[in-house]
Write a protein that binds this ligand. Structure first.
Ligand SMILES: Cc1ncc(COP(=O)(O)O)c(C=O)c1O
Length: 422
């Protein structure tokens, strides 16, 4: 199917936010998908439309570049890009970026794709360097001269198209006592570092420095209101209060320094959790975000916004080891990151289920306990959400698109299209 998203008020007489009443939302998803045997993954159209619109509202006028790793469904990425407020894709591998950018019989291809992470994929670099069309559409991430050398080695300047590059500034915060907070990404930390690398890039033939990026993961991906963890919430809020002005100042100075040597088309920052503060940073021209579209449960932990649970999956109950428990088939779709309980799929419906502490979510079976477990019998289903928005797409070949109480079509995940990039 071709997915088209409308503004949320276009949902014609239905409750505007049905997911706020779990006793309405999940049974309706069950009714809509009754004819399908679980495991079954769904995308709720109204919830997706709501999330897409809410992200645009939060971005307050700055365009959002879709972080494709947090979606991994081509039809959803294409549909979101048709909405006002969205422009371009932040891809996660070069192979993926070329696949998205390349025109085909079915699609015109996406004309602005930034690969968000450095690439050393020689085959794909050669493909990029050999095509004027792809080289005009795809931008590579750079944070060191070694990456430029590798590209030159694969396809020397003069024998290739000019390669568009984006310089990544590290967006973490060097906190007193606690040390580096955020993610370990680029070695480029100071405005002087950024200027030095920019000078190196612009004096090398065959490269065009077109963008800068600094991703403040410690704000964009760390909730300031983690459920049941008041101390952590206070620490995170304190950390983010310090980090916001620090990144705004340092990023601003770095952008000014780099703009003295290159005409930048864009300056990218942020993510789903930082749309407001990244938008307020005058040096930033666009924000990369994706998780808020499908609403993985990692993003339930922010005080300022709450994505709707647009993507979810149902597993069947297949047996009962005891009268007060029920066992699901599968369940162990554990998210990446530091292993901890928050990487487990959340048990959404029926309410009041919990995992067995010594088993949690298993490879083939997941027993659940709690008030609702006694009433579950083989053939019933449990609704769950993945922690991270895009990783669910690695476990299912398609999403059933649900509008109200019916399935209106299906969309393949990347995996369902035979594409496994990471
Ligand atoms: C470079 C970069 N930008 C932005 C994001 C934000 O993506 P999301 O909104 O899906 O959390 C990420 C996520 O890891 C990222 O690595």
């Amino acid at each position: 199917m071709k997915l088209t998203l409308s503004p949320p008020e276009g949902s014609m007489g239905r409750p505007a936010t049905p997911w706020t009443s779990p006793e309405h939302y999940w049974p309706e998803l069950t009714r809509a998908t009754e004819h399908l045997d679980p495991p079954v993954a769904v995308l709720h159209l109204g919830a997706l439309e709501h999330n897409a619109a809410d992200m645009v509202r939060r971005a307050a006028g700055k365009p959002i570049r879709v972080a494709s790793k947090s979606v991994r469904v081509r039809g959803v990425i294409d549909a979101v890009l048709e909405l006002p407020g969205y422009h371009g894709v932040l891809a996660y591998t070069l192979a993926e970026a070329l696949w998205l950018a390349e025109p085909s019989a079915a699609r015109s291809g996406i004309d602005d794709v930034v690969v968000g992470y450095p690439t050393v994929d020689r085959k794909e670099i050669a493909r990029l360097g050999a095509s004027a069309e792809l080289a005009g559409r795809v931008t590579l991430m750079i944070d060191s001269v070694a990456q430029l050398d590798l590209i030159d080695h694969v396809c020397p300047p003069g024998k290739r198209e000019s390669i568009r590059v984006c310089l990544e500034l590290d967006g973490s915060w060097l906190a007193p006592v606690l040390g580096k907070l955020g993610v370990w990404r680029s070695p480029i930390y100071t405005p002087a570092d950024a200027r030095r690398l920019a000078e190196e890039i612009v004096q090398r033939p065959g490269f065009e420095l077109v963008g800068m990026m600094a991703y403040e993961a410690q704000i964009a991906g760390v909730g300031d209101a983690p459920a049941g963890q008041p101390v952590m919430a206070r620490v995170n809020r304190w950390m983010q209060r310090q980090s916001r002005p620090e990144i705004a100042t340092r990023r601003g100075e770095a952008v000014t320094a780099v703009r003295q040597v290159a005409d930048l088309e864009f300056v990218n920052g942020g993510g789903t959790g930082s749309l407001e503060s990244t938008s307020a940073d005058a040096s930033v021209t666009e924000i990369a975000a994706g998780s808020g579209l499908l609403g993985g449960h990692l993003f339930d932990n922010y005080a300022g916004f709450l994505p709707a649970p647009a993507a979810a999956f149902a597993l069947p109950i297949v047996r009962k080891a005891t009268a007060d428990s029920a066992t699901m088939l599968g369940g162990g779709w554990i998210a990446s990151g530091v292993p901890a309980a928050d990487r487990l799929p959340s048990l959404e419906w029926p309410l009041g289920l919990r995992y067995a502490p010594r088993e949690a979510a298993g490879e083939v079976q997941s027993p659940v306990f709690g008030t609702a477990a006694a009433g579950l019998v083989p053939g019933d289903r449990v609704w769950l959400r993945h922690t991270k928005s895009g990783e669910l797409s690695e476990h299912v070949d398609r999403f059933h698109i649900v509008d109200g109480n019916k399935v209106i079509g299906t969309l393949p995940s990347y995996r369902g299209e035979g594409k496994v990039f990471l």
